[in-house]
Write a protein that binds this ligand. Structure first.
Ligand code: GAR
Length: 219
């Protein structure tokens, strides 16, 4: 079976990128990271790509007059490198409709809450955890979804719950959620690579390993 070609879009520290690199290096998922694209020159994620000899590129929204031109540059780069699956991993820009259309149900995003809580425009990284703590939720978590034209509105692939403790700070909650993110995102890639994700409207069905449905799926 050929590996699927994965491009990862980043803007920051890249711990999710690192988790994906580490998991894919084990070799039991038929997927390969062929490119990392950063929207920020100084993103530490780029250092991670360099260290693992992964081709990398900086494409910044501020270098373009129009958002559509930025999106087109991203799309050109993804298509040029024959990307099969796009992973947003702490990518701070919104993808334009041309990219979403071209890669329909082939772009995933990870978000550090249980969607539809604490998500949408402007809800990013630490802010998500701050809002969850302020609200007083007892459970938070993370979500992997397909990207559609909205912000955090696409069909949900996997979610994991994380307890919120009385003495949690933004930092401690973020760390606990990130641990789950690092486990969940590679699992979603594995399911995609095995052709086991079927999207129907808002719903993503996960097919069992064999057609007789013998494997029980546990998350
Ligand atoms: C992660 O927690 C990810 O879920 C979040 O940004 C962080 C990036 O961390 N993404 C969002 O908030 C998207 N709305 P990383 O750069 O260490 O992977």
């Amino acid at each position: 079976m050929d590996n699927i070609r994965v491009s990862v879009l980043v803007s920051g520290g890249g711990t999710n990128l690192q988790a994906l690199i580490d998991r894919l290096e084990k070799g039991d998922i038929h997927a390969e990271i062929i490119k990392v694209i950063s929207s920020r020159k100084k993103a530490f994620a780029l250092e991670r790509a360099k260290k693992h000899h992964i081709s990398h590129e900086v494409i910044r929204p501020k270098d373009f007059d129009k958002e559509a031109d930025f999106s087109q540059a991203l799309l050109d780069s993804l298509v040029r490198s024959r990307t099969d699956l796009v992973l947003l991993a702490g990518f701070m820009s919104v993808l334009g409709p041309a990219v979403v259309r071209h890669y329909r149900n082939r772009i995933m995003n990870i978000h550090p809450s249980l969607i539809p809580s604490f998500c949408g425009a402007g809800m990013f990284g630490e802010r998500v955890h701050r809002e969850a703590l302020k609200y007083g939720v007892k459970i938070s978590g993370c979500t992997v979804m397909f990207v559609d034209e909205g912000v955090d509105t696409g069909p949900i692939i996997l979610q994991a719950a994380v307890p919120v403790k009385d003495n949690d700070t933004v930092d401690t909650l973020q760390k606990r959620v990130l641990q789950e993110e690092h486990r969940l995102y590679p699992e979603a890639v594995k399911l995609f690579a095995e052709g086991r994700l079927v999207v129907s409207g808002r719903h993503v069905k996960i097919l069992p390993v064999d057609k007789d449905g013998r494997e029980e799926i546990k998350w």
